[in-house]
Write a protein that binds this ligand. Structure first.
Ligand code: FAD
Ligand code: NAI
Length: 510
């Protein structure tokens, strides 16, 4: 009974603790403290983008030291790892969006935000040209913002490799609008397939969901679509049961090249069980509004062409460089050999510039373009800017102390000031010793449908690594992603959505 009583009390204490924690966060979120105003004597730090890299920087940056200006066409942060779940309504899009205004309102000094697209970076004149990309425009919709320091975190756009018809006919999966478009399109295909007198051939086309690209984006979307079909659509519209098909097309010999061989095989086997057809060594060459034209490489190396009809086409073939980044690269001779984005040094300074940094998918490093890399780079730059500000403050102090020592009247005072200078000098050299950016890989995770996930995880800083797949890994995937969601509000929304989907099913887009 003693043990039971103890456990009972422990439960109460943890419940009370959680309640206080929740209460504090809700209060804090609704009552942001007064902010310091912008200070013209401080240096202007312009940050482009509101994605993983830029927002990680903003969260950790001590804004007291700079006048920070953020320029991004998206006035929210998007938690991309859960974006595939929005395509089928497993998670509502609002649950993975965090308003940028809320983030910057909680910084010490006010941060200026412009909802605009950076159209040109003039490295020589040190200005960013920006254009209001929203539907509502005022008299002024284009202007320039000068900077002392610039951080470029504009991400990447969808790669289409110039394949004809992709831009016009395919859906992508990068932004929230893309997920909403897919969600609507899936339901449209079903409703049109069940239209009176529709031919069998047309039904088969409309109910054929084709995904191009066997990277993690394509794989996770295929898994989500499978769940939607098995758990909801099949029950709502039994007529489509036999004709609904999902095909994943990949140019390489296997999917998920970044995962271990065992997990690739596990994923391919799971997809077979889920009736998702994986067509490897199949490269899309052309897209029309109803078909994709592919080139298939046979085991003997011979190639043949095939036309595959589709109702929904989701294009997930990776990243391409954005126009504004390509333009900056063309201004800098040091970037002439760089193709996939801005070449940066170990401190993320853009090669060929001073005071301009780049992070995330728009930069090129030895690491993959992932959220993990972008957010660690953002944290690194926040440390760098915080220590730059501290260095400057200490140097100014040292200059003043040195002058005071020179003009000090008695020896005791001089010795006291000398000791103070020595202490400050030591702390200055400690702060200045910021080591270069080093990425710590925590592992790769991907959801593959049917409550299964695959994970290549590094434990204890890479000392132990494990490759697992299955239902337990799925629970790990869920808890890892919930803990990674930035705010408590979004965490609660995501958990509620998962519960809602399990209890009542998804609702599609009506
Ligand atoms: P982004 O997060 O893309 O942010 C770019 C920002 O720049 C956006 O705010 C955009 O609006 C803004 N912008 C664009 N153009 C301009 C302009 N001209 N001027 C100013 N601002 C501009 N990675 C993982 O590690 N784990 C995952 O599970 C994972 N899942 C993913 C799922 C999906 C569906 C996708 C698409 C990606 C996923 N990724 C994942 C990859 C990850 O999202 C990216 O690597 C990451 O978003 C890169 O961060 P970033 O800050 O460079 O760019
Ligand atoms: P990706 O670059 O990882 O994969 C794209 C795939 O498309 C490649 O396998 C390529 O061979 C294939 N492809 C290209 N052209 C083709 C064509 N014409 N026909 C058929 N196949 C073609 O792209 P993805 O999945 O969009 O990921 C982008 C980045 O985001 C990666 O770095 C990835 O690691 C990261 N990411 C990570 C996730 C995770 O960790 N769970 C989830 C989603 C993305």
């Amino acid at each position: 009974f003693g043990v039971l009583r103890f456990l009972w009390r422990l439960t109460w204490i943890s419940a009370l603790g959680s309640f206080v924690y929740l209460g504090y966060h809700i209060y804090d979120s609704k009552h942001p403290p007064e902010q310091l105003p912008l200070d013209p004597t401080k240096k202007t730090l312009v940050v482009l983008g509101s994605g993983w890299g830029s927002v990680s920087l903003l969260k950790k940056l001590d804004t007291e030291n700079y006048n920070v200006v953020v320029i991004s066409p998206r006035n929210f942060f998007l938690f991309t790892p859960l974006l595939p779940s929005c395509t089928t309504g497993t998670i509502e899009h609002r649950s993975i969006m965090e308003p940028l205004r809320h983030i910057i309102r909680h910084k010490k000094r006010a941060v200026q935000y412009y909802e605009a697209e950076a159209t040109k970076i003039d490295a020589e004149r040190r200005v960013v040209k920006m254009s209001d990309s929203s539907d509502v425009k005022g008299n002024v919709s284009e202007t320039e913002v000068p900077f002392d320091y610039l951080v470029i975190g504009v991400g990447a756009e969808n790669a289409t490799f110039g394949i004809p018809g992709v831009k016009e006919n395919a859906c992508f999966l990068k932004e929230i609008q893309d997920a909403q478009r897919i969600r609507t399109r899936v339901m449209d295909c079903i409703e049109t397939a069940t239209f009176k007198d529709q031919t069998d051939e047309e039904k088969a086309r409309l109910l054929h969901m084709v995904i191009v690209g066997g990277g993690p984006t394509g794989i996770e979307f295929a898994g989500e679509l499978h769940d939607f079909f098995e758990e909801d659509l099949r029950k709502w519209v039994p007529d489509i049961s036999e004709k609904f098909r999902v095909t994943l097309v990949e140019a390489l010999p296997n999917v998920l090249p970044m995962f271990s061989k065992a997990l690739i095989e596990y994923t391919e086997k799971t997809f077979k069980d889920e009736n998702i057809l994986v067509r490897t060594k199949t490269m899309v060459k052309k897209v029309t509004d109803r078909n994709i034209e592919v080139e298939v490489t046979q085991p003997d190396g011979n190639k043949y062409k095939e036309t595959i009809p589709y109702g929904l086409l989701v294009w997930a073939t990776g990243n391409a460089v954005r126009g504004v980044v390509r333009d900056l690269m063309s201004q800098l001779p040091a970037q002439k050999n760089s193709r996939r984005g801005l070449a940066v040094n170990d401190y993320l300074v853009v090669d060929g510039t001073e005071g301009i940094w780049a992070l995330g998918d728009c930069s090129v490093t030895k690491y993959a373009p992932t959220a993990q890399v972008a957010s660690q780079q953002g944290n690194f730059l926040a440390r760098l800017f915080n220590s730059m500000a501290k260095t400057q403050a200490i140097e100014e102090d040292l200059f003043q102390l040195d002058q005071m020592r020179e003009s000090a009247a008695d020896e005791a005072e001089k010795a006291k000031l000398a000791a103070e200078i020595e202490v400050k000098g030591r702390s200055l050299s400690r702060i200045k010793q910021l080591s270069p950016f080093e990425y710590s890989h925590q592992g790769s995770l991907a959801y593959i449908g049917a409550d299964r996930a695959v994970a290549d995880i590094n434990w204890f800083g890479g000392v132990i690594s494990s490759a697992t797949g299955g239902e337990l890994t799925y629970l790990f995937w869920r808890s890892a992603y919930v803990s990674m969601v930035f705010s408590l509000r979004n965490r609660i929304l995501v958990l509620t959505d998962w519960f809602k989907t399990k209890a009542f099913g998804r609702d599609g887009e009506i």
